[in-house]
Design a protein around this ligand. Structure first.
Ligand code: THU
Length: 152
């Protein structure tokens, strides 16, 4: 069965970004593209390390780039795509990649800063299947800045 490609340009940017991943250990490339309220896009990809636990997720890399480019408070939308890089050099893979728990927490922080319930578009590798969720649904009852108000 051939599936049609997803037309969302932000998903295309996330798939492209995944090609810049450094993932020699998992061989699983993830890309993230973050769009600002003004239509600017910041990207990131996962970067692994021989000391496995020091690897960085694509979302965190992209959030850092977004903070530099236009500020967490100006994020409008986030796209994530992951899979393997095929023989033609394209991102491939059937399964939709939804952000890990740590990345959801980091996206939630950006949602708090922006005051918006951010939309996260999650795609499979070959860009034929996506799901769209609000960060509040991906991490319900998340810990946020308000919790720290009780600090002494
Ligand atoms: N990874 C991400 O970049 N984002 C996620 O949300 C899930 C996992 C990366 C980390 C690691 O380099 C590879 O995917 C396999 O876990």
């Amino acid at each position: 069965m051939s599936k049609s490609r997803v037309s969302d340009p932000l998903v295309a940017r996330a798939r492209e970004a995944a090609l810049g991943a450094y993932a020699p250990y998992s061989r699983f490339s993830v890309g993230c593209a973050i769009e600002s309220v003004d239509g600017e896009v910041a990207i990131g990809a996962n970067m692994e390390n021989a000391c496995y636990r020091l690897g960085v997720c694509a979302e965190l890399a992209a959030l850092t780039a977004a903070q530099q480019a236009f500020g967490l408070g100006n994020i409008a939308r986030i796209a994530v795509a992951g899979g393997n890089v095929d023989a033609d050099g394209n991102l491939a893979g059937e399964g939709v990649v939804t952000s890990c728990g740590g990345c959801r927490q980091s996206i939630l922080e950006a949602a708090h800063v922006s005051g918006r319930d951010l939309e996260v578009v999650s795609s499979n590798g070959d860009g034929t299947d996506v799901r769209t969720d609000l960060i509040s649904a991906l991490i319900p009852h998340g810990f946020g800045p308000a919790n720290l108000e009780d600090a002494g």
